[in-house]
Design a protein around this ligand. Structure first.
Ligand SMILES: C[S@@+](CC[C@H](N)C(=O)[O-])C[C@H]1O[C@@H](n2cnc3c(N)ncnc32)[C@H](O)[C@@H]1O
Length: 244
């Protein structure tokens, strides 16, 4: 019994560290940019969705709400994210976003999306639980669209270092890809009155093969689209699943 509760408290503290890291990410995202590339990715999703008759959509890991704004023009769209700060940023755009995990969502949707490598943020047991929730929340015939980073995407696009110096804000990012895990170290300095405050965080992302994701779900894989946002070679694969 004691072992169980110790384990639970450890999981609880990992979750807190992870959420703190995602919140820091939400604050530095404007310094990283790449908004044009994200728009290219959203266009791929919108094109794919346009081939189906859909009313209700859930955007999981909706981030700053940019995709949710597009979706809200055509569908009854809701977004969720586990970062409170991301949800606050999204809500200011007037979209329907709330802070919760997919396991906490009720209802049924015609389509569920996980845009911009949200699945790569999940370790294997979180991924299993996530996919189970997707199956539960989809209408029969409903679609699940997600994208995952390719090996090229991890090794050649996301790994590496960058820094941004904006005077009052300084950001340093170092990302190493080893043994199928990308470890991103973030260091952020921000001027507060006379002094600078320093915050740091580590975010892990996991490389998954398409077949691995397929083996973890009862959904049927309809199609795989190669996507190249940063290079000629594809850095992402978009997977289109259906509940049958
Ligand atoms: C790279 S961002 C993508 C955001 C957005 N989908 C977009 O296209 O701009 C990944 C997002 O996933 C969120 N996230 C990570 N793990 C999550 C989880 N288990 N459930 C919901 N959101 C999650 C993060 O907070 C972050 O906002």
């Amino acid at each position: 019994m004691i072992i169980v509760s110790l384990r639970q408290s450890k999981i609880g503290s990992f979750r807190k560290i992870f959420m703190k890291a995602l919140d820091l990410y939400s604050r530095i995202e404007p310094l990283i940019g790449f908004y044009d590339e994200y728009e290219k990715l959203y266009a791929h999703y919108l094109e794919e969705l346009s081939h189906f008759k859909l009313k209700t959509i859930l955007d999981v890991g909706c981030g700053n709400g940019a995709m949710l704004m597009h979706l809200s023009k055509y569908y009854d769209a809701k977004g969720i994210d586990i970062s409170p700060n991301m949800v606050e940023i999204a809500s200011k755009k007037g979209v329907d976003a709330s802070c919760r995990s997919i396991e906490e969502v009720n209802g049924k949707f015609d389509a569920i999306l996980a845009v911009s490598d949200v699945l790569n943020y999940l370790d294997i047991s979180s991924l299993q639980s996530f996919l189970k929730a997707v199956e539960r929340l989809l209408e029969n015939g409903g679609l699940f669209l997600c994208d995952i980073n390719t090996l090229f995407g991890f090794e050649e696009v996301t790994a590496g270092s960058m820094s941004v110096d904006e005077g009052e804000q300084f950001l340093s990012i170092e990302a190493d890809f080893n043994d199928d895990v990308l470890v991103t170290q973030i260091i952020f300095f921000e001027k507060n009155g006379e002094f600078y405050t320093k915050e740091s965080a580590e975010i892990l992302q996991y490389y998954y093969l398409i077949d691995e994701i397929k083996s973890l779900t009862n959904l049927t894989l309809l199609d795989v689209k190669e996507i190249s946002l940063f290079d000629e070679e594809s850095d992402k694969n978009m997977l289109i699943f259906q509940k049958r």
